[in-house]
Design a protein around this ligand. Sequence first.
Ligand SMILES: O=C(O)[C@H](CS(=O)(=O)O)OP(=O)(O)O
Length: 262
Amino acid sequence: MESWREMVAFPLTGRSRKPRTRGLTMVLDKGLGLGETKDLLDIAGDHVDLLKLGFGTSALYGDGILQEKINLVRRYGIDIYPGGTFMEVAIAQGRLLPFLRTARQLGFTAVEVSDGTLFLDAEVRREAIILALENGFKVLTEVGKKHGHPNCLDLARQAKLDIKAGASWVIVEGREFGRDVTVYDGNGRVREELLALFLECVEDQNLIIWEAPLKDQQEELIVRFGPDVNLGNIAPQELLSLEALRVGLRGDTLRRCYQRMV
Ligand SMILES: O=C(O)[C@H](CS(=O)(=O)O)OP(=O)(O)O
């Protein structure tokens, strides 16, 4: 029997396969159980690069579950890290080093340095990136605030500094809802002029992960940057739908591949 996977050529070409450093998909996990995680990764693990245990949820698991979950996720070749908000709390409480050491012992492979909620001095931010690198983590940073509207040029400049300090990727805040935050307007539409600021400061767009929880945002970014754009805050149940969008196996991007036939 012919392989179902190879039944058709993907209409949108250029999608990288894992392991990859571009075209990343980051999932926002707000409390999947072990069984749910295994089911999700069995069906869609090939399409996940990073799993974020949202905000402080990982500190609220039942005994032993976190360790099992980290072990499980790593078996699928996926980086796993605690939400940026949790690390913000650790930094604010002067607990960064113990946080990093315990995260390492548990097997987290990455951390996220952010200031979405709490103030973070620029030098403390740089030192946190360096300390996390020294402790063996891949480092993601995030720019943008969960409340309020910081100047996007400042955020873009911070992104550039983070990369200089050693961050592998900079996430642009999009929250869970993707509206009225950083590059998204109140309807969740991408504001081109703000996007452009990031691209001016961080010339290599492969170093940016756009949090894009809404389908229209995912579509717009895929159309603009191609199937290998880095996207984050993807809901677990939307993983395969996103991958279908990336490769042109969903109407929204397919119609752009065969325009003369529609
Ligand atoms: O996990 C977090 O701390 C938050 C969750 S959400 O994006 O606001 O839903 O994300 P982060 O990107 O780490 O700030």
